[in-house]
Design a protein around this ligand. Structure first.
Ligand code: HT7
Ligand code: ZN
Length: 878
């Protein structure tokens, strides 16, 4: 298979200045006419007279250069594109191709979804629309004309501003759009359909009026309001925090049901998975509302970080994604409780990105080679990329970071650049040396920091030794030390923070949090403190590392109660539970019986008693670490041990604190009795109430399930309803059966709610789960062509239901393996991501390991599998 390498990058031989596209839309045969002006790129060193244009699944109808038909001998077609021989240095190329949107199940290029046409061009979808140098460093201005049946497709949209619209004979109409900003082809978009919009307006700081429109299918009218409000907030925030304004007169968001990822930042015309647009309290949970706000903001922020300044090549993907995720995280943190947002982000990083970074699919944030770029839209590129930008932000400080960003835009607006260009702008603006820091982009793997502390009573010095290392990752066996900012605090015995003053520091201005610059393999930091401290380490998760410190249970409990950093309070609680669970797993492996350690009951009791101070945070502290997080704590995965101990611990906590769970739940209900609201306090209340409920369910008393059924009937919002349904999914009784039947009746015409109905069942811990999944896959509403539905059933099972997927018989592996292959014929992006659930096969016990490998081998030896899947399987097996 062909490998694309960063080191082989060469500028495009030809540049495109202007493109005029004309679409004659039809489900079967859409005609795409393209007129583009090309000229030789002065930066290209290659002087060849042959021009190559990417093109996949295009039927060529005509081809002209400067108005003259191109003779057969002057061009050649193959499955990847069009070669034109002997072209002049400057010329106009006219092509006419036919494409089949109706048969497009890969959901790249132009396709049909829910009766409408839409496009997805990132990363390499534009080549499925027309012949073109489909690479991000070719930036052109686009004019787009769309001709379609007016009755069926009254709304015709593309990037930029509306130029004209007119009626044509035979019930057709034509609309023309023009986007004045040069852009790469991956930002092109088109939508056509019988859709309606919700409208808003925004006046920018410099006085430009912008019309905001959220387009949806008619039956969803009213469900776009939250997205619209989120957009306004994001626009205001970017002006306030970074001085960045929107630059067109119109900003459109369109919700579509069939979509491979979350959303797409096409210039002026974002296309969204409807999951990240549609919401009301009947159909969306609090988490859905938050996710919509994040994704809307993320796509909006791309207008500057991604669109105005874009990537030179796809190895630079994190240039736009890491930076934009960081920006959306900051935005959300300002909108909701900051610490909760950080907990949410770090949880994702630790479970998904850390696992990726320690397995065969590990790669640097700026990868060096790929077979299929779609496989690199990963947690490493996005989330670790964002952590790197966060470290920069903290190292430089808010002001200097903003100046660095301003310098970056002044240097590169309207161009396609590299991660190095970004780092250099930061370096120049702040006048700092980031040479060692750059390694974060090129070195894969999660650094491990071993911290040890020692207090000397006589000198009153606390000595903190930090040692860093990183395990080898594919293709990178030797690792160099990174520049790691480690934020720390020091607590005295009453829990008060002491100034963190390094020995030798003159003056009295020490802060209670210091950022230690760990740059060598081993460094010792000494602090002057009046008494033996309990160190609070890696505050706010100041770097994406695994840090271990030999905390006693008592110290962790102390931090849980006293640390002034709420993130670290949560983290101390998580460490304590993790420590207890892993000890339980070890005991079980030694043949000993399970027992709950009293320290944990005490810690939980304390959190529950003080939970009214911050219910959102208490809820997070009381949630047990996920199975996914726990399995990643050891190299060798004891899946049975982890699932069993975690379940038993939950039951033991349920029992031991039964009255507390019940009374805290009641207190939450009392405080939200005024009705449904969406403030952080109300969201926190619902979250704590439902955590309590889940513990109560773990050791349910007589009459509990009928009670749950009643609560379900009374629930007035999806957050509560889904929490209740999740509990019912794990039991087999009359209440559960009727609850699922009733939920289905309410959900069956609302795809996003039906996804929840599927997902809750797929994620349930249940002895017969594999049979259940089979039934769900055979359900009339299951649809292999809809990525949301596939993810609801198969990804939820393979990635989130560890006990079921890793059933010792291998039935879970068989089922998922079969579906990977079925899916691959329809949508390789989705099948490749599902196949990733086999990548950790080496870390399991011998039997499971062999069964997982068998599935990978089966995929690998199947002829005709997609490039996407082949790459994931190959790298997993290496
Ligand atoms: N930039 C986008 C990434 C993307 C994508 C989106 C939808 C469908 C397929 C896609 N391939 C790549 C989304 C983002 O990060 O904003
Ligand atoms: Zn993005």
């Amino acid at each position: 298979c062909q490998v694309v390498r960063l080191e082989d990058y060469a500028p495009s031989e030809f540049l495109v200045e202007k493109v005029h596209l004309t679409f004659e839309l039809a489900e079967r045969d859409t005609v795409v006419k393209t007129l583009m002006s090309l000229r030789r790129n002065p930066r290209s060193t290659n002087r060849e007279q042959t021009l190559f244009l990417d093109g996949i699944d295009l039927k060529l109808r005509s081809l002209h250069i400067d108005g003259t038909p191109v003779a057969d001998r002057d061009y050649r077609l193959d499955e990847s594109g069009l070669y034109l021989f002997g072209v002049p240095d400057v010329f106009e190329l006219q092509t006419e191709v036919i494409i089949q949107p109706q048969d497009n199940t890969v959901l790249e290029g132009l396709y049909c979804s829910g009766g409408m046409f839409c496009t997805q061009c990132e990363a390499e979808g534009f080549r499925r629309i027309t012949f073109f140098p489909d690479r991000p460093d070719v930036m052109a201005t686009y004019t787009t004309s769309i001709v379609a049946d007016k009755k069926r497709y009254p709304v015709l949209l593309s990037n930029g501003n509306l130029l004209s619209s007119e009626d044509l004979p035979d019930g057709l109409h034509r609309v023309t759009w023009h986007d004045p900003f040069p852009k790469p082809s991956y930002l092109f978009a088109l939508v056509a359909g019988d859709i309606v919009f919700e409208e808003g307006a925004f006046v920018t700081a410099s006085g430009r009026s912008v019309a905001l429109r959220v387009y949806l299918q008619r039956h969803n009218l009213g469900r776009g309001t939250h997205a619209l409000e989120a957009l306004k907030k994001a626009m205001l925030w970017d002006e306030k925090v970074f001085g960045l304004e929107y630059d067109l007169d119109l900003y459109m968001i369109v919700a579509v049901d069939d979509f491979n990822m979350g959303a797409m930042e096409n210039k002026g015309l974002n296309i969204f998975n409807s999951k990240y647009v549609l919401a009301d309290r009947e159909t969306a949970t609090d988490l859905d509302f938050q996710a919509i706000e994040e994704v809307v903001a993320h796509e909006y922020f791309h207008n500057w970080t991604g669109n105005r300044v874009t990537c030179r090549d796809w190895f630079q993907l994190s240039l736009k994604e890491g930076l934009t995720v960081f920006r959306d995280q900051q935005f959300s943190a300002d909108e909701v409780a900051r610490s909760l947002k950080r907990i949410h982000d770090v949880r994702l990083l630790r479970t998904v990105q850390f696992a990726e970074d320690s397995g065969p699919l590990a790669h640097p944030v700026r990868p060096e080679a790929y077979q299929e770029i779609n496989n690199f839209y990963t947690a490493t590129v996005y989330e670790k990329g964002a952590e790197i930008v966060r470290m920069l932000h903290n190292l430089l400080g808010k002001e200097m970071f903003r100046r660095g960003l301003e310098l970056y835009f002044s240097r590169f607006d309207g161009t396609a650049v590299t991660i190095e260009d970004f780092v250099k702008a930061m370096e120049d603006a702040a006048q700092v040396d980031l040479s060692q820091f750059r390694l974060w982009y090129s070195q894969a793997g999660t650094p491990n920091i071993r911290a040890t502390g020692n207090y000397d009573e006589s000198s009153k010095e606390f000595c903190l030794r930090l040692q860093q290392g990183c395990a080898p990752t594919p293709g990178q066996s030797d690792k160099q030390p990174l520049h790691i900012p480690v934020a720390i605090g020091l607590l005295n015995s009453t829990g008060t923070e002491m100034p963190v003053c390094e020995v030798g520091h003159s003056g009295t201005d020490c802060d209670t949090t210091a950022i230690l610059p760990l740059k060598k393999t081993e460094q010792v930091f000494r602090f002057k403190v009046s008494e033996r401290p309990v160190p609070s380490l890696l505050r706010g998760f100041s770097a994406p590392v695994r840090l271990t410190y030999n905390y006693s249970d008592a110290e962790l409990m102390f931090l849980t109660v006293h640390d002034s950093d709420p993130f670290n309070r949560w983290d101390a609680a998580q460490q304590l539970v993790t420590q207890v669970i892993m000890r339980g797993v070890d005991r079980m492996a030694d043949g000993q019986a399970f027992m709950v350690e009293p320290v944990l009951i005490d810690a939980f009791r304390q959190v529950l008693h003080s939970s009214s101070k911050d219910r959102g945070l208490a809820a997070q502290m009381l949630m047990l670490p996920s199975e996914n997080y726990l399995v990643d704590q050891r190299l060798r995965i004891d899946i049975d041990g982890i699932c069993t101990v975690r379940r038993k611990l939950r039951e033991a906590l349920s029992d031991a604190l039964h009255d507390e769970w019940a009374s805290v739940r009641q207190a939450c209900i009392k405080d939200t009795s005024a009705g449904y609201g969406f403030s952080p306090e109300e969201v926190g209340c619902r979250s704590l109430k439902n955590v309590c409920l889940s513990y109560l369910a773990a050791q349910s008393k007589a009459g509990f399930w009928p009670q749950v059924r009643q609560w379900l009937d009374e629930a007035d919002n999806m957050t509560d309803r889904l929490a209740l349904l999740t509990l019912l999914a794990e039991v087999e009784n009359a209440e559960s059966q009727t609850a699922f039947a009733q939920f289905y009746q309410r959900a069956k015409d609302i795809p996003l709610v039906l996804d929840k109905w599927f997902a809750v069942q797929s994620g349930a811990r249940h002895p017969l789960i594999v049979d259940k999944i089979r039934r769900l896959l055979a359900h009339e509403d299951f649809n292999l062509c809809n990525p949301n539905r596939v993810r609801a059933v198969l990804h939820t099972f393979a990635r989130g239901n560890l006990g079921g997927f890793h059933a010792p018989s291998g039935a879970g592996y068989h089922l998922v393996g079969d579906y990977v292959m079925k899916l691959d014929r329809l949508n390789p992006q989705v099948s490749a991501s599902l196949a990733g659930s086999f990548s950790a096969w080496r870390r399991f016990d011998n039997d499971r390991s062999a069964l997982m490998k068998e599935q990978l081998n089966k995929m690998f030896s199947t002829e005709g599998i997609s490039r996407d899947l082949r790459e994931i399987v190959q790298r997993s097996l290496q």
